[in-house]
Design a protein around this ligand. Structure first.
Ligand code: UN1
Length: 511
């Protein structure tokens, strides 16, 4: 497969992985080379340099300098740069999607979908660059005017996860840029090559438009680099996507300096399948949700809460559908499921299966690690299904793997209570043709998640909505709607154009 990676890099016009573009602009590299392996075939696909302390300091300094210039570009002009980035991504969609699939292991369709998500958020951000609206208020004092305006924050740190190695960065970066910020990106240490590819694609746009060096910085590294960003008061906002454990560490370190953070952490997403659900539609939603990206989306379906009257029928459909799943090289479009990201993920998958069995789970589709010719990386596992009780510890834990827990319910209130009774609160769904059930699920007495869907699975959110969730999911919102506000600071302005200085609240103060 050595040729495979060379071919993709050629398509992306990447000549040197560890060197910048001709002007060396936008990012700096350290010397410490780390090997990166593809879970698809276990091959070493690159040696990537991880940033040293000197490189980190130089990058932050450059970003700070760039901010002073960039914040003075009118927002629609910044939007124009993002428009061109969207065009560049369109031109490279196929090659970048292939690289995502090869480096991360998701199916090619999902790799392409991820790049499409990047393009879509660019389009969104271009429009947004003319819509960074503040409110105006009526002052209580005569001949006074009040309004609010939104200013950029400064350097935005972006810690992204391996499962969406490029889309989630784009959600953050393009919004941050139109808002006038500069970005410092730390991609997952498991998927730095896609990040380098993105940086090289966009750096051409930046150079052509004479965007100041440092508006888009890329630093590769592991958790030590993440900690540095969290502790650094020069990082005005740290947006982090990943595990709840990582999010808690980030939140504590950033809070200790009273900085701003935006967290998008784990999910334990359930679909309620009602007695009045369209079962064939539910099946597609449930299976794609559970096995898509090999169960490694934050939004992956981990639990099915099924009405007792359709439980047996739906269970049979599930078993049959799982029997038809093709597991193998994700670049081969015939396969539905690719590998897990690495062997450590495989170990966690196996441990979760053991825990589930020990807690009383009954596997109706058995899991296991695949071996043999096409599975040499050791990262391919069988998607599996266990019948469980909702209160099992393992069912309340997010395991980033294709393990689906199914359970029965009698009343919708009970189903909603089960759905909400986990520490995480990202995505949720109900399958029903009954309006009353759907509305109850969406009401204040319904799902407690940041995302609640009707007749759609838990994964595959569109970029236009705000993305994120409650409880251990971290509370942050990224992507669409008014998520942009997290990347700006609000300023309230009161202007007196009278000849008097009346005090607010009617206070008298004569001198
Ligand atoms: C993630 O898993 O962190 O909703 C992001 C989805 C995708 C994004 C997932 N649009 O499944």
């Amino acid at each position: 497969m050595e040729n495979k990676i060379q071919h993709i890099l050629q398509l992306l016009n990447i000549k040197e992985i560890n060197k910048g573009s001709s002007t060396g602009s936008h990012w700096f590299y350290g010397e410490n080379l780390t090997s990166i392996f593809s879970p698809v075939d276990g091959e070493e696909i690159a040696k990537v340099s991880f940033a040293s302390k000197e490189v980190y300091d130089k990058t932050v300094e450059q970003a700070e300098k760039a901010f002073v210039i960039w914040r003075n570009w009118p927002a629609p002009k910044r939007g124009e740069i993002v428009r061109q980035i969207g065009e560049a991504l369109r031109a490279h969609k196929s090659a970048l999607g292939t690289l995502v699939s090869y480096e991360m292991g998701k199916s090619l369709q999902e790799g392409l979908g991820e790049v499409q998500e990047m393009i879509d958020i660019c389009d969104f951000a271009v429009g947004l660059s003319r819509q960074l609206y503040g409110l105006t208020m009526h002052s209580e004092r005569p001949q006074h005017r009040m309004y609010e305006q939104w200013h950029p924050l400064g350097a935005v740190g972006i810690i992204s996860a391996f499962n969406f190695p490029v889309a989630v960065w784009t959600w953050n970066a393009v919004l941050a840029w139109v808002c006038g910020n500069v970005c410092i990106w730390k991609p997952s240490e498991k998927t730095p090559l896609t990040a380098i590819a993105c940086q090289q694609i966009i750096s051409k746009v930046f150079e052509e438009n004479k965007v100041p060096e440092g508006v888009s910085c890329l630093l590769c590294g592991d958790s030590i680099l993440g900690e540095k960003l969290a502790r650094d008061s020069k990082i005005a906002l740290l947006s982090a996507t990943g595990s709840t454990r990582m999010g808690k560490a980030v939140a504590q370190a950033v809070a200790a300096r009273l900085g701003k953070y935006l967290l998008e952490l784990g999910g334990n997403n359930a679909i309620i399948i009602s007695a009045e659900a369209d079962l064939d539609m539910s099946l597609i939603g449930a299976v794609f949700g559970a096995v898509g990206t090999a169960g490694q989306r934050c939004t992956s379906t981990r639990r099915l809460i099924i009405h007792e009257s359709v439980y047996h029928t739906f269970k049979e459909k599930l078993v049959k559908a799982y029997g038809q799943l093709k597991i193998g090289n994700p670049l081969d479009e015939q396969n539905h499921v690719g590998p897990l990201i690495d062997k450590q993920a495989v170990a966690l998958y196996l441990a979760a299966i053991e825990k589930c069995k020990a807690q009383g789970g009954n596997f109706i589709v058995e899991g296991g690690v695949l071996s043999g010719e096409v599975y040499t990386s050791g990262c391919y596992v069988k998607p599996c299904i266990a019948e469980v009780e909702p209160h099992f510890d393992i069912v309340k834990t997010e395991t980033f793997a294709p393990i689906l827990y199914i359970m029965k319910y009698k009343s919708l209130d009970e189903a909603i209570a089960i759905q909400n009774d986990v520490p995480q609160g990202l995505s949720s769904a109900i399958m029903t043709n009954n309006l009353r059930e759907a509305e109850l699920f969406l009401s204040v007495n319904g799902s407690d998640c940041g995302i609640a869907n009707v007749n759609i699975g838990t994964s595959g959110a569109e970029i236009g909505g705000a993305f994120g969730g409650e409880k251990e999911t971290g509370g942050g919102r990224e992507s669409g709607s008014d998520a942009w506000r997290a990347y700006m600071r609000r300023q309230t302005n009161t202007i007196n154009y009278s000849t008097q200085l009346p005090l607010a609240q009617g206070i008298k103060f004569d001198i």
